[in-house]
Write a protein that binds this ligand. Structure first.
Ligand code: HEC
Ligand code: HEC
Ligand code: HEC
Length: 436
């Protein structure tokens, strides 16, 4: 953690010093000049129904509502808390309220905030995913603006970074961060690829901001470009590899089954939970089938890390036999004797690549605190997974998970009891009763 802070201290200095053309390029907002700079949002009331509808679709794709709304409070009124290692950040009130929202912003100011991370109080923290929205086209931005003008203004005065500790509460530091990590470039398509592929890339890299969770990050919280979509750890969740790699990623899935997952929250093998359940509920279930198909086409074309498929752990070992019995008694009623699960309700383990991810965070988490599956318009009832933390110790949980990762054709590294113990602490789960 100490070097995290030193490094951030260094970029504060960098940010203040500024660096000639480099800085200019990274912080350049000239693309916003296509937007109107005369009328503030409070005075805009779009009547272009088609533009408003398209803008609402951009909002859904970008999942703006999820981050800018506290459940059961006014939509878009902000105040959602982001806990970071440097303190707590709040999302902004982005309703058209004049005094506490973005009512005073012109369309140009709005473009600067959403595509370049330069907001009404200065540089924005990259918890606001402008790093992805930078790719949004002018047309999508105009439509989004039309939609914003239809939102009901709500009063909610916020000081977003008041909970950030010194020196991380200095917005200028984000200029330094941008200089190091912000790819301030328009979307780059590839004319050699199909229209669907290009559309998919645009959604994934742009509004969909999938890499915000699915790419690993460096110590300063920036996505590592060379490991695009190869899996990101979110603390107590893991967003798995969704590259075209057939072993670690989703290369073995049909487009149809990827579309079904994004539309309904589940497919033959996997069921979305946690942050992905939220992404499906608030965002991807609203996308059209051709757009979801486009996402699948693009994701499957991305290269994962070289697949080194490990040999499965031999079933003859005594701890594997004990785990097999434990599985039969505790798990098979739901997940099936052959790890086949129950379609759309209980995830399968056989052929489920997320079960074999190097990072077993989600599996350990499910065992310790249970899980509740996603509920969508198409599949409204989410099934539940009971917790086993009271029933099994760290070693038993690790062995059971190692078993499901290495049976029915699966093969993956063993789960270590230390990792279970660590997660128990993270989740503040109580120690199991059996050993007390
Ligand atoms: C992952 C969470 C997240 C998502 C998704 C998100 N935002 Fe934000 N947004 C934030 C946070 C956090 C802030 C406050 C950042 C700060 O103060 O530095 C913010 C700030 C803003 C601001 C700046 C307000 C001001 O007064 O400067 C605007 C405008 C904004 N968001 C619009 C949007 C729009 C439009 C979308 C969807 C296209 C969106 N946001 C999606 C988290 C998010
Ligand atoms: C807020 C974080 C977050 C965002 C944003 C996000 N995901 Fe996910 N995603 C996750 C997590 C966490 C999981 C694992 C869920 C589970 O195991 O139940 C996941 C799982 C998935 C899976 C299933 C992978 C498998 O092997 O079963 C797919 C496919 C997927 N995400 C696609 C996407 C796409 C496409 C986007 C962008 C449109 C996206 N995700 C955006 C966090 C996120
Ligand atoms: C009552 C039914 C039920 C029982 C019993 C049960 N599970 Fe689950 N399990 C579920 C459901 C439903 C989910 C999906 C929850 C979700 O997607 O949020 C799940 C999810 C999981 C996951 C997470 C999968 C992922 O992709 O992240 C793991 C790992 C898991 N179960 C392992 C086990 C093990 C091991 C046992 C036995 C010790 C067990 N389960 C017993 C219903 C059950």
């Amino acid at each position: 953690m100490a070097n995290w802070k030193q490094a951030l201290g260094a970029i504060v200095v960098l940010g203040i010093a500024g660096c000639g053309y480099w800085a200019y390029d990274r912080l350049n907002t000239s693309r916003s000049s296509v937007a109107d700079d005369t009328t503030a949002l409070v005075d805009v009331k779009s009547t272009d129904a088609a533009a408003i509808k398209r803008g609402e679709y951009v909002m859904r794709t970008g999942d703006c509502m999820a981050c800018h709304t506290v459940p059961s409070e006014d939509p878009f009124a902000g105040g959602y808390e982001f806990k970071t290692p440097f303190g707590t950040l709040l999302s902004s009130n982005i309703t058209p309220d004049r005094d506490t929202g973005i009512g005073k912003m012109t369309e140009r100011d709005f473009f600067n905030a959403v595509r370049h991370g330069q907001g009404s109080k200065g540089f924005l923290y990259p918890a606001m995913t402008y790093t992805a929205y930078a790719k949004l086209t002018d047309q999508d931005m105009h439509d989004l603006w039309a939609y914003m003008s239809t939102i009901t203004p709500a009063k909610n005065a916020l000081d977003e970074n008041a909970g950030m500790r010194f020196p991380y509460n200095i917005r200028l530091a984000m200029a330094g961060w941008n200089m190091l990590f912000f790819d301030n470039e328009v979307f780059a398509g590839d004319s050699g690829q199909s229209e669907a592929w290009n559309r998919g890339k645009y959604i994934v890299e742009g509004a969909g901001h999938c890499a915000a969770c699915h790419s690993p990050r460096n110590d300063l919280g920036a996505e590592i470009a060379s490991r695009f979509m190869q899996g990101g750890n979110l603390g107590d969740w893991y967003a798995p590899d969704i590259t075209g790699n057939p072993h670690s990623g989703i290369g073995h899935l049909s487009n149809e089954s990827i579309v079904e997952y994004l539309k309904t929250g589940s497919n033959d093998v996997a069921i979305a939970s946690g942050p992905m359940a939220e992404a499906v509920e608030n965002s991807t279930q609203y996308l059209t089938d051709p757009d979801l198909e486009a996402i699948a086409t693009y994701l499957k074309s991305t290269n994962g890390a070289k697949a080194e498929v490990p040999a499965p752990i031999a079933a003859s070992q005594p701890e594997v036999k004990a785990a097999a019995l434990r599985y039969e008694v505790n798990c098979s009623a739901c997940h099936g004797l052959q790890g086949e699960g129950i379609k759309s309700m209980i995830p399968a383990f056989a052929g489920n690549n997320a079960i074999m991810a190097d990072d077993a965070t989600n599996l350990i988490r499910a065992m310790l605190v249970g899980a509740r599956a996603v509920a969508t318009h198409d599949k409204p009832t989410g099934a539940g997974m009971p917790s086993f933390e009271w029933k099994m110790d760290d070693r038993q949980i690790a062995e059971t998970l190692t078993y499901i990762r290495n049976t029915w054709g699966n093969a993956a590294a063993p789960v270590r009891p230390e990792d279970v113990a660590k997660m128990r602490q993270t989740l503040a789960a109580r120690p199991n009763l059996a050993t007390n």
